[in-house]
Design a protein around this ligand. Structure first.
Ligand code: NZQ
Ligand code: ZN
Length: 388
């Protein structure tokens, strides 16, 4: 167990009706707000009107950036940063899922520099400061509401890249589970797969960790496995939506890392799938994960899969470890593809092997993904092939 620093500066308002505090929180940051949102779900649900009313009550001046794409594009980030500079914006308000929040993070940073925001991702441009960011989460999935990361796509170069900076942590996040009642079955399923994957990336790791954190992670996994099907059947079930929402934040806000060296596997592979084919992040992860697990399963790693099978899926602990491990991977596949109803193969979502060579190269940046099992280009290509 290594020493570590844990610091998440995000203030969270959790629960129904908390948006009454939005005006006061924004006002503490200034007068001019850039309201950024996606393709219109917030208008359909009535949330947009509610937000404008709250901001009017607080005498705030509101500017807007609409249309942030799922798998947000660098062009939207550039436009947002330009608007911030043009109108001398004091605070960015992101309302939506991970895509809107991720874009807002680099809009807030881009507003404070003359660098092109894409240079944050490809040229190591420094992020020395950012405008304050306040978020209203409408989809439980990425945990962007409580982390220092964002992922932005450049479809011209087929790149989807992550950048971390303490300056882009949301200052305040509003997590009202009732705002996720309108999320459809597909996005609920994809979001749940994403939450699980964030936990897997840390749990399946050769670094020694705290027993306490393993049990927390197993509890988070069981939470998603229990409540995602309920949210699918009953979209307005508060308990289910609330459990998924709080699990999404705690899966990625650094708490479960506990000083473990972070080396993720499925995420870099998924990000190249999205970069080439613009697919939904959680769907790509669901397709990749069981194949990646099977690829990793060997004598040195079987004990972790055994632990996962017994503690998460309740598989009989007296069975042979390999049998438990294989059953656990089967249980997970059943959960993704039957219970959540996600497509199980890349070929079903229009992906063939045309770009596998370049995609594999990009996923490991020409080197090795040093995760649970180190994966070079040829390993990644084999995993993609097994997903076809
Ligand atoms: O754009 P609108 O109209 O709002 O519709 C969105 C979008 O079409 C819709 N939606 C969101 N809230 C809704 C709703 N529809 C009805 N009712 C609501 N309440 O859902 C669709 C998907 O939204 P999006 O924001 O793209 O989904 P998600 O939250 O899954 O975000 C995915 C992005 O986050 C990145 C992913 O790679 C992807 O680009 N990630 C960010 C991470 C981070 N910041 O730490 C980590 C993750 O691993 C991930 O990579
Ligand atoms: Zn993810």
């Amino acid at each position: 167990m290594k020493s570590f620093v844990y610091h998440v500066p995000t203030k969270v308002y959790f629960g129904e009706g908390q948006l009454c505090h939005l005006g006061e929180e924004l006002k503490q940051c200034g007068k001019k707000v850039l309201l950024s949102y996606g393709g219109g779900s917030i208008k359909k649900s009535g949330l947009y009107d509610l937000l404008l009313e709250e901001m009017k009550k607080a005498n705030l001046e509101v500017f807007e950036l609409a249309g942030i794409e799922p798998n947000p594009r660098i062009e939207s980030v550039r436009e947002g940063a330009r608007l911030c500079k043009q109108h001398d914006i004091d605070v960015v308000l992101a309302v939506g899922g991970g895509s809107t929040i991720d874009a807002a993070k680099f809009i807030a940073a881009g507003a404070c520099t003359d660098d092109d925001p894409w240079d944050f991702f490809v040229a190591g441009a420094p992020i020395d400061k950012a405008l304050p960011l306040i978020t209203v989460l409408t989809l439980s999935a990425t945990g962007s509401e409580m982390d220092s990361c964002g992922v932005i796509s450049n479809m011209e170069t087929n790149d989807k890249l992550a950048r971390y900076s303490d300056h882009v942590f949301p200052k305040v996040s509003f997590l009202d589970p009732t705002l996720t009642y309108t999320v459809n079955e597909y996005q609920t399923a994809c979001g749940s797969a994403d939450i699980l994957s964030h936990i897997f990336e840390v749990y399946f790791n050769m670094n020694k960790d705290l027993y306490m954190l393993d049990t927390v992670m197993e509890g988070l996994m069981r939470t998603v496995i229990k409540y995602a099907p309920i949210a699918l059947r009953e979209p307005e079930n508060y308990e289910a939506r609330a459990n998924l929402m709080w699990a999404s934040s705690w899966a990625i806000n650094g708490f479960i890392n506990g000083g473990k060296q972070q080396a993720w596997s499925c995420h870099p592979m998924e990000h190249v799938l999205s970069a080439y084919y613009d697919i939904t992040h959680g769907l790509g992860l669901a397709i990749l994960t069981p194949r990646w697990m099977k690829y990793c399963l060997d004598e040195t790693r079987v004990s972790k899969f055994y632990q996962f099978g017994v503690n998460v899926f309740g598989i009989d602990a007296s069975l042979e470890p390999l049998e438990v491990a294989e059953r656990a991977i089967e249980e997970l596949s059943t959960f993704f593809f039957r219970t959540l109803g996600l497509k199980s193969r890349l070929s079903e979502v229009g992906i063939d092997d045309t770009h596998f060579e370049q995609m594999s190269q990009k996923a490991c940046k020409g080197g090795v993904l040093a995760g649970f099992k180190p994966l070079g280009k040829e390993d990644i290509k084999k995993i993609f092939e097994r997903c076809l």
